[in-house]
Design a protein around this ligand. Structure first.
Ligand code: HEC
Ligand code: HEC
Ligand code: HEC
Length: 134
């Protein structure tokens, strides 16, 4: 009995502490939100460079729901069919890249900044690289 009561108070906090530590260092899928997203569903095929979308750069300026609910971007890389016409019409990226909230759709190379052949999806880990890096 006295052996048990000595064991419990010491070990449980230790175990819980170790578990918390383990959870904290677990690499988590949510970290994808920090990377750049390459969008290349049509760009290569249509003769422009793939689009590099710096997710973190935007994420620190806007709430998730602005894009993932109000503007209709699905929360999965490669899941959105974004057309240049939609952008010029003020949808998707064009809701902000309209020359008012941010620079407009005439600045092709700021968005179409990826190297030819990059495939759609998350690139990189915790960096906000923006145009020019690729
Ligand atoms: C604000 C960001 C942004 C700017 C600025 C921009 N584009 Fe795009 N564009 C996109 C995105 C995102 C796509 C979808 C890419 C994909 O799926 O390959 C796209 C797609 C395209 C496509 C593929 C065909 C289609 O109809 O969707 C072409 C061609 C294109 N853009 C040309 C241009 C040209 C030319 C300019 C400058 C006059 C320009 N873009 C400026 C973001 C931008
Ligand atoms: C300015 C717009 C914008 C904001 C703000 C934004 N996102 Fe995104 N997010 C996007 C776009 C665009 C994509 C890529 C979609 C695609 O490739 O079709 C994306 C992709 C994602 C993905 C998919 C990653 C993967 O691996 O498939 C996740 C998860 C995500 N966002 C989470 C978030 C979270 C969480 C927040 C807020 C903390 C947030 N986003 C804020 C525009 C945004
Ligand atoms: C909710 C508003 C919003 C949406 C939606 C949005 N952007 Fe932006 N974006 C901004 C703002 C604001 C800036 C900063 C403009 C400035 O610095 O003048 C910016 C900057 C950028 C930059 C430059 C980043 C840097 O490092 O300087 C790129 C590239 C870019 N956006 C691409 C896109 C693409 C591609 C999409 C669509 C997939 C998109 N954005 C959708 C608001 C938005």
């Amino acid at each position: 009995m006295s052996r048990m009561s000595g064991w419990l108070p010491l070990t449980w906090p230790l175990l819980l502490g170790l578990m918390a530590l383990w959870l904290a260092v677990l690499p988590s899928a949510a970290r994808a939100e920090y990377g750049d997203v390459v969008i290349n569903q049509r760009s290569d095929a249509e003769g422009v460079r793939p689009v590099v979308f710096p997710h973190w750069f935007h994420r620190i300026r806007f709430r998730c729901k602005v894009c993932h609910q109000e503007l209709g971007f699905e929360m999965r890389a490669g899941a959105n069919a974004v057309r240049m016409n939609d952008i010029v019409d003020g949808k998707f990226c064009g809701a902000c890249h309209n020359g008012q909230v941010a620079w407009g759709p005439d600045r092709c190379d700021l968005c179409h900044s990826g190297l030819k052949g990059l495939s759609s999806g998350i690139q990189g880990g915790a960096q906000t690289s923006g145009p020019g890096r690729w």
